[in-house]
Design a protein around this ligand. Structure first.
Ligand code: PA5
Ligand code: NI
Length: 191
């Protein structure tokens, strides 16, 4: 029996995908050690556990030929000087690609290869970024409002957080004199 075509509604402001099947919530406690300033992380967690981002997904078959659809909302804020961001990941099937489209707010896509090539791309509403196979990817909210974006990727791509949870990205985005600045990540090492 073939799957039937269907549609969803996408709210560009809130990122809500309706109907979606799953909403995933990522608080600071889910991202231990991923912001480079460990002391700032500890101080923040003493006061509470801020919501960093959430993403809504439609559950579709994890099979070659299908696509996965998701919207993410990253809240504005910083841990120390480092802007709120997604964990970031490679795909479990590393030879698969992805497209991101900015819908509201502003930020950066940071992408890297295991060899340490690094590409930052500014994202605003209407910007569509293409992430080719083998590039790890993370989004960062460098604005003062929620940063909302849509993602499409192959059904069987999967997520591989392991390498990034250990070493992070080559460079990290911090606020300096009120503006975003990319600085080297002292923890990064080749995967
Ligand atoms: O598939 C994607 O790349 C996105 O939908 C992300 O999964 C989403 O933005 C959340 O980021 P992460 O998976 O890195 O926690
Ligand atoms: Ni992805």
């Amino acid at each position: 029996m073939l799957m039937k075509p269907f549609f969803m509604n996408l709210d560009f402001k809130s990122g809500a995908l309706t109907p979606s099947d799953r909403v995933n919530v990522r608080k600071l406690s889910h991202m231990k050690g991923m912001f480079f300033d460990a002391e700032a992380e500890r101080r923040t967690l003493e006061k509470g556990d801020p919501l960093i981002y959430s993403f809504s997904e439609k559950i579709l078959p994890e099979e070659n030929g299908h696509l996965q659809l998701a919207t993410t909302i990253i809240y504005p804020g910083k841990i120390g000087d480092e802007y709120f961001m997604t964990k970031g990941h490679y795909h479990r099937r590393s030879d698969t690609s992805e497209a991101y489209m900015g819908m509201d707010g502003e930020g950066y896509l940071v992408a890297q290869t295991a060899e340490g090539d690094f590409e930052p791309i500014p994202i605003r509403p209407g910007v569509v970024a293409y992430i080719p196979p083998y590039w790890g990817h993370r989004m960062v909210n460098t604005g003062s409002a929620p940063f909302v974006f849509f993602a499409v990727y192959p059904g069987d791509a999967g997520h591989n957080y392991g390498d990034i949870e250990k070493a992070g990205f080559v460079r990290v985005l911090v606020e300096r004199n009120g503006k975003p600045l990319l600085i080297d990540n002292p923890k990064w090492k080749k995967g």
